[in-house]
Every structure is written in C-alpha cells, then in structure tokens.
Design a protein around this ligand. Structure first.
Ligand code: UT7
Length: 331
C-alpha cells in the first residue's frame, strides 16, 4: 500500500539557487559537434546554468536551503534534519548535508546525503515525509543540489549538452490541515546499472593514470537505452501508482517530471492522457539538473503563484541505478 500513515506532512516552503553563468546551445556548438537545432529538437534544452570553478554543491545547496527556510518563515535552529539529494557531492565524505548544516548553523539538526541517481530527490522527499509522519522529526530541510559540470566530459556531445548545475529545496513539516503528502512508490531495476555510470575513483576502478586515460571519472550514459527504458517503464508505473493511490491520472493538477528530456515527458503525458498545461517544464532554461530538478520546478511553480489549496501535485523521477519513483502531494 502506497499511502503515508501517521502525522500528515506539508510543504512549508520552497527555494532554489542556480549559478549565474549561462551556457547556451550556440556556445556548446563551438566546443563539440552539435547544434542548437539538434539539442532543442531531441531534448527541449536551450540553456543551462553552470557553476564557476570552485563553486561547490554545498554552496548551491546552502543557498537553496536558506531560500526555502525564508519562504517558510522558519529559522535554521528549528530544523531537525537536513537531507541533501545529490550525485555530485563536494567529496565522497564528508557528505554535503553535514556541510550545509554547519553553514546554516542548524545546531539541533542531523544531516545526511541520499545518492540514488536522478531519483535521489524523490527518494529524499519520501524519507523526510516518513520521518515526520512517524514523529521522530518535525522540520526537515530536503535539498536537491548538483554541480555535475566538473564530472561531465566536455568533449562528449552525448552527455555534455544535457546537464546543468543548480539546487532546489523544500522545508517539510507537520500539517495543520494545510496540505499533506498522500502516497509514494519507489522502485529500482538494478539489472540496468550499467546505463548511467561514473565508474572511476572508488573501489571497482581506483584512480590511476589508466582510469584517467579511459575517462572513467566522467559521467557515461547509454542515452538511447535510457530513453527506451524510461519510455517503456515510466508511463505504466505512473498509471498503476495513481490507481493504487485511488486517483486517476486526470485527478493530478500538476505533474513534476524529472526534467531530463521534453520528448520523454511529452510521450509519457500523451500515454497517460495528461493535458499539456498540467505538466510543468523548465528544462529549456536549466537542462537536466539531476536530483535537483523536481525541487527547482516546484520552487518556480510556487514563485509563479500557481500553487493553490486543494491541488494535487505528482513528483516523479528516473535515473542511474536504474531507479524511479513517484510521490503525490495535496495542497
Ligand atoms: O537524468 C537521467 C536520465 N537520463 C535521461 O533520461 C536521458 C535519456 N536519453 C535521452 O534523453 C536521449 O537518448 C538523448 C537526448 C541523450 C539522445 O537522443 P536520441 O534521440 O536517443 O539520440 P541517439 O543517442 O540515438 O543519437 C542519434 C544521433 C547519433 O548519430 P548517428 O549514429 O545516428 O549518426 C548520435 O551520434 O545523434 C547523434 N548525437 C548528436 N548529434 C548532435 C548524439 N548527441 C548529439 C549531439 N549533437 N549533442
């Protein structure tokens, strides 16, 4: 059963931060053999924000986290747990979340990272909701943050045109009747673990001259295999998830898909019979910001004043692992 039990949990605030530097498709076409037309037609992406050298994931996460706290009117000393969803931590350890806890001065808070491909954000939201629902935490700051640009091979047109850097955050807490998370479903298919990888620098492929020559320290993706996997698996998964939640796809007011590819999102929406205006898309501006994408999308949605009481929002993502999942919120 996919329903949350216990204390109802609401979104108290949201925030985001993206680096100011923008890289357009046109600029990319000067460094790899690609074109604005190819990138727009195949992905929907027009621009992406890219961190400056030394601008770390923890710095982006801190700014997005601060913005969410401000939006919620909650001080950092009231936060019980900070969860950072990321695939591009500053270092393997310490994690990003403890650094953010220190930067925010959230002296009563615990902190940990979640790394589960682009689905990390959705996994983190579900963990946070469960922690609040069970009564062990009250305010949880959930942040999706990525600086993937140093992990991307800027000579590989298969990957470098896709990703962008950025961070988004939600402050979750117990609800006094003003909205609640309804249900969630998290899945994985580890038989497809070779579809999106960053192999170098750890146990299987320790850093060596050879690992560097073989470009094992960069993101590698079998893009078309991922595309087919997602097109095959995600629409029926979402249909079943809605049904198990007692809802038709039609009962969702806004769909927050992981912002990987506009064609993937539009195909899924078509198969589920979702009206295009119910799908939030901002990948044209940010590219694929991996674990951060659903948070950045929600933050923009709220800034646009589009969130109203009684709406149902569905957040869904898919990514390395392969992992995928969804979570439904009623405002
Ligand atoms: O966030 C995690 C989840 N990730 C995703 O969801 C990504 C899923 N995959 C995709 O979004 C798409 O597969 C891509 C956008 C990555 C690629 O689109 P595609 O329609 O699957 O293209 P393809 O990989 O089948 O490549 C088609 C052609 C190839 O040329 P040939 O072999 O037909 O001559 C590629 O070499 O396009 C070529 N190509 C490019 N051409 C210009 C690949 N990348 C580029 C490029 N510019 N940047």
């Amino acid at each position: 059963m996919a329903f949350f039990q216990g204390v109802p949990v609401t979104i108290r605030g949201s925030g985001m931060y993206v680096p100011s530097k923008v890289v357009t498709n046109e600029e990319l076409s000067k460094i790899v053999e690609t074109s604005d037309e190819w990138i727009r037609e195949r992905t929907g992406i027009r621009r992406r924000h890219i961190a400056e050298a030394g601008e770390l994931t923890s710095a982006l996460a801190e700014r997005a986290g601060r913005a969410a706290l401000e939006n919620a009117g909650v001080s950092s000393s009231e936060v019980d747990m900070i969860i950072v969803a990321t695939n591009s931590p500053d270092t393997l350890f310490p994690g990003v979340a403890p650094k953010v806890q220190g930067l925010l001065g959230a002296e009563k808070s615990g902190a940990f990272d979640v790394q589960s491909g682009c689905t990390s954000g959705v996994y983190s939201i579900v963990l946070a909701v469960n922690g609040i629902a069970s009564g062990i935490w009250r305010n949880v700051l959930v942040i999706g943050a990525e600086v993937l640009s140093p992990l991307v091979d800027w000579t590989d047109r298969n990957t470098c045109v896709l990703f962008g850097d950025g961070a988004g955050a939600m402050l979750l807490g117990p609800s006094n009747g003003e909205g609640r998370f309804l249900s969630a479903e998290l899945r994985a298919d580890g038989t497809k673990h070779d579809q999106i990888t960053l192999l170098g620098g750890l146990i299987e492929n320790p850093a060596s001259l050879e690992s560097i020559e073989q470009k094992k320290h960069f993101v590698a993706m079998k893009g078309n295999d991922v595309f087919k996997f997602v097109n095959r698996v995600i629409p029926p998964f979402l249909k079943d998830f809605c049904e198990d939640s007692g809802l038709s796809a039609d009962a969702i007011d806004c769909w927050f898909f992981h912002q990987a590819n506009q064609r993937i999102i539009e195909r899924a929406a078509e198969r589920l019979g979702i009206a295009p205006e119910r799908v939030f898309i901002n990948l044209d501006e940010y590219g694929n910001t991996s674990a951060a994408s659903v948070f950045i999308a929600l933050s923009e949605y709220m800034k646009l004043g589009r969130l109203h009481p009684g709406q149902r929002l569905l957040f869904t993502a898919f990514g390395a692992g392969m992992t995928y999942g969804g979570v439904i919120y009623e405002s």
